[in-house]
Design a protein around this ligand. Structure first.
Ligand code: AHR
Length: 485
């Protein structure tokens, strides 16, 4: 089978922010997973655990969404500044009713970003907070000159303002963020964004409005109709559950059947239809695609691991997550003209994580290696196939060009059949610079603290360039990436 790649033509840029992450005050996502405090025996820099930060630096996290999620609409930022001993201890009512001691707050978040080299994406509390509280938070973070909040920030040890790139106005306000109707949310959004201070006129803060849950097209229609001119990014949330059944059966992260494997792939692929349809509605009110679609929560969601707190959303991560992740990222690339940011949920110890920790121990998940592999596509130009229908069954594709290199990534989610294919080009590359693979022999292969290297990024030897074509054999359950020059 030969598929043809249009490599002389370049499509839109695949924004690096599609590789964004999300960390919420949820379970061990922040506490233990990222932040252990300066006095911890776990090696840390200013409280951030060194092993996790070093691992994340390798995948160049471009942006980190914080503090939630649902937690965001209960968060009062003033409780998380100043001397730690004085910070208010509250109850995290969304996630397990555990004590939140607010020891990780605004200063700690920006310290983490600084260590990671990532941009800020903060989600404001509009569900239970006020306009003034939001405006003062932004003043605290971004006001360079003299002002009450700027002086408070300086009194707390930070002279210069921080750079706040992205700002979400509410989270899931159709549900846990206030159970609002779209008409009402549109007005609330218009009001809050009016009072968002913009001190840096050259780099205005990018405003993200709460978009739809999954296929709630009415939400998109109503909010776009009423507020599009005030919105920069419109968020979409969609999680991959094998059954789509939130109440009775999210399914296990490991130990599933072949049918469940394929159901999970089908559910992941639904992202394409969701983006297409929401984007069509957005086109009605924003034909020039000024407003971006921001998929700021996505990933797999399974039952929690046995014996763990149900409110902590801790799940294993397998080769199945690599395949659903590749399907999803390939879809984001395909829609690169509209999708400009995405944030997988969540970076450490929660849902489809990059990293799992257990006290002092940590491991990189299979999904981490997918993000590592796909770095080549960050800020690269999309390269399309001539005819998508030429792809073999159960195979998805993406490709991009950057710095005179062409990277083609293919995912074969067939559990039984390897796929042999040839790729023909408009312009023939001269050599394979690098080829990598993530694969496994069993459907739920995963990494453990005792065996952290079961599923990793490896060199791929199944690709060759001959007779004007790239020849490849894709093993079962694999993602392969080949970079050509
Ligand atoms: O990511 C976990 C939760 O999923 C988030 O807090 C919420 O926004 C979504 O429902």
């Amino acid at each position: 089978m030969t598929i043809k790649v249009n490599n002389t033509q370049a499509g839109p840029k695949i924004s690096k922010y599609i590789y964004g992450q999300f960390s919420e005050h949820l379970g061990r996502g922040i506490y233990e997973g990222l932040y252990v405090g300066e006095d911890s025996k776990i090696p840390n820099v200013n409280g951030m655990r060194t092993d996790v930060v070093e691992a994340l630096k390798e995948i160049h996290v471009p942006v980190l969404r914080w503090p939630g999620g649902l937690f965001a609409d209960t968060y009062h930022w003033q409780q998380g500044i100043g001397p730690k001993a004085n910070r208010k201890r509250i109850v995290n009512t969304n996630w397990g009713d555990v004590v939140e001691d607010n020891s990780f707050g605004t200063h700690e978040y920006f310290e983490l970003l600084n260590q990671l080299g990532a941009e800020a994406y903060i989600n404001a509390n509009i569900g239970s907070g006020t306009v003034q509280e939001m405006a003062e938070w932004v003043e605290y973070m971004t006001m360079p000159g003299e002002s009450p909040m700027s002086e408070l920030r300086q009194a707390n040890g930070r002279k210069e303002p921080w750079h706040l790139k992205f700002f979400g106005i509410g989270n899931e306000n159709w549900g846990g963020g206030g159970n609002m109707r779209p008409e009402y949310y549109s007005d609330v959004y218009r009001q809050y964004q009016t009072f968002l201070p913009q001190y840096d006129k050259d780099q205005p803060i990018y405003r993200v409005a709460c978009g739809p849950n999954e296929d709630d097209y009415d939400w998109t229609e109503t909010v776009m109709k009423n507020a599009a001119q005030y919105i920069d990014g419109f968020s979409l949330h969609y999680y991959t559950l094998p059954t789509g059944d939130w109440i009775n059966d999210k399914g296990s992260a490991t130990g599933f059947t072949e049918k469940v494997w394929y159901d999970t792939m089908t559910r992941a692929a639904l992202m394409d239809r969701l983006i297409t349809k929401h984007s069509e509605i957005m086109d009605k009110y924003d034909p020039n695609k000024r407003v971006n679609l921001i998929v700021d929560e996505w990933g797999t969601w399974f039952d929690v691991e046995e014996g763990t707190n149900p409110g902590f959303l801790y799940q294993q991560n397998t080769i199945r997550d690599v395949l659903t992740g590749a399907i999803t990222l390939n879809i984001f690339h395909k829609h690169a003209d509209r999708v400009k940011m995405a944030n997988i949920a969540q970076m450490v110890n929660v849902l489809q994580a990059m990293i799992l920790t257990d006290g002092e121990k940590m491991l990189k998940t299979p999904t981490y290696y997918l993000f590592d592999m796909y770095q080549k596509h960050m800020d690269a130009e999309l390269v399309n196939l001539v005819d998508e229908d030429e792809l073999p069954n159960n195979v998805t594709y993406t490709a991009s060009k950057k710095n005179d290199e062409l990277t083609i990534s293919l995912a074969n989610y067939d559990v039984a059949n390897e796929k042999e294919l040839d790729i023909a080009f408009d312009e023939l590359p001269s050599e394979i610079k690098e080829a990598t693979i993530i694969t496994a022999d069993v459907m739920d292969a995963h990494n453990t603290f005792d065996q952290p290297d079961n599923v990793v990024l490896q060199k791929f030897t199944g690709a060759s360039l001959a007779s004007g074509k790239l020849h490849m054999t894709l093993p079962t359950m694999s993602v392969v990436s080949v970079t050509l020059i």
